[in-house]
Write a protein that binds this ligand. Structure first.
Ligand code: KG4
Ligand code: ZN
Length: 367
């Protein structure tokens, strides 16, 4: 049986500075999270209405040491107890990724520790095995502010992309819709709350691509349809009433939930055809998976295809250091550490053979 390792995981590819300590046996699910500290940056970016990459990078550089010390203190362990350093090496906003990689290299070289450069999406995709004994291959849907893709997870370093967004990520669309109707950022929770007493059928909003073959998704047309509906109301009555806002949010949320559910059903079918002996399980990760209507839609679509549905707890769905430490534990079972020449990569598709994804939103490259 492989020896247990204590891994320090660092994440700084978007707007969360996150560090965690995870104890794991390489290649064996389930890991033990001893500490997981996350410091967000909403207050820094709020005045600008979205993430400003330079501000994010500077904040990561200033905070990484403090967040690391907090994680060590929370675990009650000294730095000397750490066996390996894992860091997000891409994809993401390059300034933040560089801040994390440079910090990790400093730690690794000072303490003479092995360093693992982790793909952020691999961190999300492997998280189900951090929390439960799920066998490869399985199907995962990553739905966040920066990403949206279906992946067959064949092993710690083997992923096949079955489909993804061709424009915006759903979280990005939630954030933009929130802005359109005058709600605060991050938009997802605000739109979900406003949608609670809205009529999802009042506005006729599109379900993009649902009838097309394959599992790709698109959300930018939907966002434009919301903007047009808002503009029509503003012109007719001089602004939005509370009920208008609730109905727009409810209609938008229902459209996203139905679109994701329809494409998930197709992804389950595609996965089962290609990997008939795989685990018929759909795992979801990413901040948008916190949305109850979307979660219910995904669970229903999976059940309709005979798939189990699993979602990590919310703190492991959103960006965190534990998923990065865990992805390193998984990789330790099949390859050597990366070394100090490790590059930071703004784009880094998990599936090198899939066609490049379009779009580089304000939250960084899509893959
Ligand atoms: O995974 P995450 O924390 O960060 C990355 O984007 O990588 O996801 C954040 C995104 C934001 O766009 C936020 O608006 C969205 O997830 N989000 C939600 C909800 N909670 C967070 N979207 C819809 N409904 C929610 N309840
Ligand atoms: Zn993420």
């Amino acid at each position: 049986m492989p020896a247990e390792r204590l891994i320090l995981g660092i994440e700084s590819s978007c707007d969360d500075t996150a560090v965690a300590l995870v104890r794991a046996r390489p290649g064996r699910p389930v890991g033990r999270i001893l500490a997981s500290e996350v410091t967000g940056q909403n207050a820094l970016h709020d005045p600008y209405g979205g993430i400003v990459p330079e501000i994010a990078a500077r904040a990561h550089a200033e905070r990484l040491d403090g967040v690391t010390m907090r994680a060590l203190a929370a675990a009650g362990l000294p730095l000397a107890a750490v066996d390996a350093v894992a860091v997000t090496a891409g994809p993401g906003l390059i300034g933040g990724v560089l801040a994390g990689v440079m910090f990790a290299k400093g730690l690794a070289s000072a303490r003479d520790l092995p360093i693992w450069g982790i793909n952020h999406l691999a961190g999300h995709a492997l998280t189900p095995r951090l929390v439960g004994p799920l066998a490869f291959p399985y199907l995962v849907l990553i739905v966040s502010g920066g990403h949206c893709q279906f992946l067959a997870v064949l092993g710690p370093e083997r992923f096949v992309r079955l489909g993804g967004t061709i424009d915006d990520a759903p979280g990005e669309a939630f954030d933009k819709v929130a802005k359109l109707v005058g709600l605060p950022q991050p938009g997802g929770p605000a739109v979900e709350a406003a949608a609670a007493d809205g009529d999802p059928r009042r506005f006729d909003l599109p379900r993009p691509l649902v009838d097309r073959p394959g599992c790709d998704l698109s959300f930018s047309g939907l966002k434009t349809a919301v903007r047009r509906a808002r503009d029509r109301l503003a012109e007719a009555q001089g602004g939005l009433f509370r009920a208008d806002r609730a109905d727009l949010c409810a209609g938008f949320q229902a459209a996203v939930a139905e679109t994701l559910a329809a494409r998930t059903a197709r992804a389950c079918i595609a996965f089962a055809e290609r990997w008939p002996t795989g685990s018929p399980t759909l795992a979801v990760a990413g901040g948008v998976a916190a949305n109850r209507a979307i979660r219910a839609g995904l669970a229903g679509a999976a059940a309709g295809q005979g798939f189990a549905f699993t979602a990590p707890p919310p703190a492991l769905c959103t960006d965190n250091g534990a998923m990065i430490a865990w992805a390193a534990a998984e990789r330790m079972a099949c390859s050597a550490a990366d070394g100090l020449a490790l590059p930071a990569r703004p784009r880094w598709p998990l599936d090198a053979e899939a066609a490049p994804m379009l779009g580089t939103g304000r939250r960084g490259a899509k893959a």
